[in-house]
Write a protein that binds this ligand. Structure first.
Ligand SMILES: NC(=O)c1ccc[n+]([C@@H]2O[C@H](COP(=O)([O-])OP(=O)(O)OC[C@H]3O[C@@H](n4cnc5c(N)ncnc54)[C@H](O)[C@@H]3O)[C@@H](O)[C@H]2O)c1
Length: 255
């Protein structure tokens, strides 16, 4: 098998719909020669249905990233299937409704805590759950939405992404000795389930119609998936703690 991921074994979280960035990552990863395994939340049946649209059959494991039992058994199940791992994709984000859509000043800490647990802390817990399978090093890749700015409607997902970005840097610091890289793709807006759950998401996405240097297509998660696959490959061998923007270049322009 040829391709930039030939011989790589990769665990991919976050495949929910065909609009999921993770679905396109999984498709591209298989096309590029990787052997993959998917994790599913909330129900494996949903992910299994979408996984049928991938080029090759794939095993799906249930994983709620806040569930310690699921995390504790992950390495055994994945190890039996693939023997080890060369890559892990964290494509997970969630905030309760009262943490989104213009309610920033009134959101209770309980909802903020959930957003942080699922969207940021989980990068660490998922990676540690997979660590026994990455004895020869590997690449961990997550997805962020540029946390340098306060965006319309994004509310507590903003601080959660800021925490994710910082977590990725600390993981890069602590896992470098084991030759494990940890990087993020900072994607522009995509009309996935996660995005649709943000009230007023179209106001946020509209910014790209006016300011993005490159034309941006809200309905196309593939460019973000390509970025993830590139970071999983051997073509970024000395890059870690990095955030690569796949956002049409919007981060680079002021107005
Ligand atoms: N859509 C966008 O505009 C956009 C932009 C930049 C970054 N991102 C990020 O990309 C990633 C993937 O999102 P997407 O846009 O593909 O949407 P999506 O809705 O397809 O994916 C989000 C995933 O998070 C998973 N998830 C939620 N709670 C979980 C839990 N407790 N345990 C395990 N998994 C859980 C869901 O099952 C789902 O698969 C997220 O981190 C998101 O914040 C999205």
């Amino acid at each position: 098998m040829s391709g930039i991921l030939a011989g790589k074994r990769v665990l991919i979280t976050g495949v929910l719909m065909e609009s999921s960035i993770a679905f396109h990552t999984a498709k591209l990863a298989q096309e590029q020669g990787a052997e993959i395994i998917l994790t599913a939340f909330p129900r494996p049946t949903l992910t299994e249905r979408i996984a049928k649209k991938l080029p090759k059959p794939v095993k799906v494991i249930e994983l709620d990233v806040t569930n310690d039992e699921h995390l504790a058994s992950l390495a055994d199940v994945v190890g039996e299937e693939l023997g080890g791992l060369d890559g892990v994709v964290h494509s997970i984000g969630f905030a309760p409704q009262d943490a989104l859509g213009g309610n920033f000043l009134n959101t209770p800490f309980e909802s903020v805590a959930t957003a942080m647990h699922v969207s940021a802390y989980s990068l660490k817990s998922l990676t540690m759950a997979c660590l026994p399978l990455m004895q020869e090093g590997g690449s961990v890749v997550g997805l962020t939405f540029d946390a340098q700015f306060a965006w319309p409607q994004y509310d507590w997902m903003g601080p959660a992404k800021a925490a994710l970005e910082a977590t990725s840097r600390y993981m890069a610091r602590d896992l470098g000795k084991q030759n494990i890289r940890c990087n993020l793709i900072s994607a522009g807006p995509i009309g996935s389930m996660a995005a649709k759950s943000i009230p007023g998401f179209s106001d946020l996405a509209d910014v790209w119609n006016h300011r993005s240097p490159l034309e941006w297509n809200l309905a196309d998660p593939e460019p973000a998936g390509r970025g993830v696959v590139a970071l999983l490959s051997d073509w970024f061998p000395k890059t870690t703690g990095e955030i690569i923007h796949v956002d049409g270049g919007l981060h680079a322009v002021g107005a």
